[in-house]
Design a protein around this ligand. Structure first.
Ligand SMILES: [Zn+2]
Length: 415
């Protein structure tokens, strides 16, 4: 069965319908974790109003005095206030977030240009008011990389705005997590991402034409010499600018892996290639940078739970990877179709992974996934992420039904 694409043609006007198609099907997977603390009990708190950080800073001294008075009164009334200045280090901010939040109430947004990033700065207070305490921004190559500036897309988010987003998110009690798609998704429709444009030798399938209707998107070759050093540099630039304590590496919908066309990968077990890439990323992100690592779950739960894409081949079943990757990776388990139950969640938590249920549209399906997951009362379930895929503008996202109607259901204490 095929469902609407996660990749709206509004975002990629040149994307073909074929490239937009993806498989949708069933539920999912898995194991244990070492980065404890993500699911602690938290307290209810008042979320912020509509004051953005720049507006707040620009407020006159007299207004600040009035605001301070109001804050004192609110604190005296026993109310915690977010979207106010919260000084401290990244670690102290994370500890505060963990203490205040039991459940993740997340929003996933594409962020591929400076204008959108500025809109998000202004929208974060509204998202917090709608219940969000996590925002994942999928930036990919649309960033002001400094280590490898040749990897920037033509339109990109500046480092300065990334810092501004980080500061505003902290003030709003929101954990901001950047995302860079690894391995797969190295092309969209007729557009090849900078890595494979700059390094055609990194392409797992250089003969694949972007007009090939049986090809979803290109992958990089996980055995390409020198590739990981570049990727780690890009990740580091983003993690630093977004002041991140967690990083999402994508890894979804990898259909071209271990192909006969690649002299480095020919004959290799695709699952082993996938595992090697995940572990290399984990060594850097968790081992070296001490960040939490998130990834999409569709490849490791396999077709039994995710379903078969028309772009899948019998040779690239990666589900064997599930028992060979670190179990402290937070699994983002996405399903966009209505089902009576979503067994991939207990499959993943039984393996020891912490899991985020990631829904989208239609609202009926998103509600079903959220309710089925919440009903399990599984301590390894961290919460829920509303993926948006450009079906809402950033500015209007706080009022978008899948966010507005589902996130409050994951209020702490309501689980
Ligand atoms: Zn290869």
């Amino acid at each position: 069965m095929f469902i609407r694409s996660r990749f709206s043609r509004r975002a990629y006007p040149n994307t073909t319908p074929e490239a937009n198609e993806m498989s949708a099907t069933s539920p999912r997977p898995s194991p244990p974790f070492t980065n404890g603390g993500e699911g602690e009990k938290s307290v209810m708190r008042t979320v912020c109003g509509n004051t953005t950080a720049p507006d707040f800073m620009a407020t006159s001294g007299r207004a600040l005095t009035r605001l301070a008075t109001v804050l004192i009164i609110m604190v005296a009334a026993g109310l915690a206030v977010s979207c106010a200045s919260q000084p401290g280090t990244k670690t102290s901010a994370l500890n505060r977030w963990r203490a205040e939040n039991q459940n993740w109430r997340g929003v996933h947004l594409w962020l591929d240009n400076e204008k959108s990033a500025q809109e998000l700065v202004k929208t974060l207070p509204g998202l917090a008011a709608a219940g969000a305490n996590v925002v994942i921004v999928e930036v990919n190559y649309s960033f002001e990389f400094t280590g490898h500036p040749e990897m920037r897309n033509r339109h990109f988010v500046t480092r300065a705005t990334a810092h501004q987003l980080a500061a505003t998110a902290r003030q709003c009690g929101i954990r901001l997590i950047p995302q860079f798609n690894c391995l797969g998704h190295q092309s969209f429709g007729g557009h090849i991402a900078p890595l494979l444009r700059q390094h055609p030798d990194f392409n797992e399938t250089p003969s694949q034409s972007l007009t090939n209707k049986d090809m979803y998107c290109l992958s990089w070759c996980p055995r390409a010499p020198g590739l990981n050093d570049i990727v780690f540099s890009l990740i580091d630039d983003m993690a630093d600018a977004f002041e991140a304590d967690a990083f999402h590496v994508g890894m979804d919908e990898v259909y071209l892996i271990g192909t006969d066309e690649c002299p480095r990968c020919r004959g290799a077990n695709p699952a082993e290639l996938f595992v090697a890439q995940v572990n290399a990323l984990h060594d850097h992100i968790v081992g070296q940078r001490h960040l939490a690592m998130l990834m999409w779950s569709d490849r490791i739960i396999g077709t039994k739970y995710q379903g078969v894409s028309r772009f899948d081949t019998a040779q690239n079943d990666l589900s064997g990877a599930i028992d060979r990757i670190p179990h402290d990776i937070i699994q983002c388990d996405w399903h966009y179709e209505w089902k009576r139950s979503y067994p991939s969640v207990p499959y993943l938590t039984a393996k020891g992974f912490r899991v985020l249920a990631c829904g989208f549209l239609p609202l009926k399906a998103a509600l079903a996934f959220s309710e089925d997951t919440e009903r399990r009362n599984d301590s390894h379930v961290l919460g829920y992420i509303a993926t948006t895929w450009n079906e809402t503008s950033i500015t209007n996202s706080p009022a978008w039904p899948p966010i507005k109607e589902i996130l409050p259901r994951w209020r702490d204490g309501g689980k």
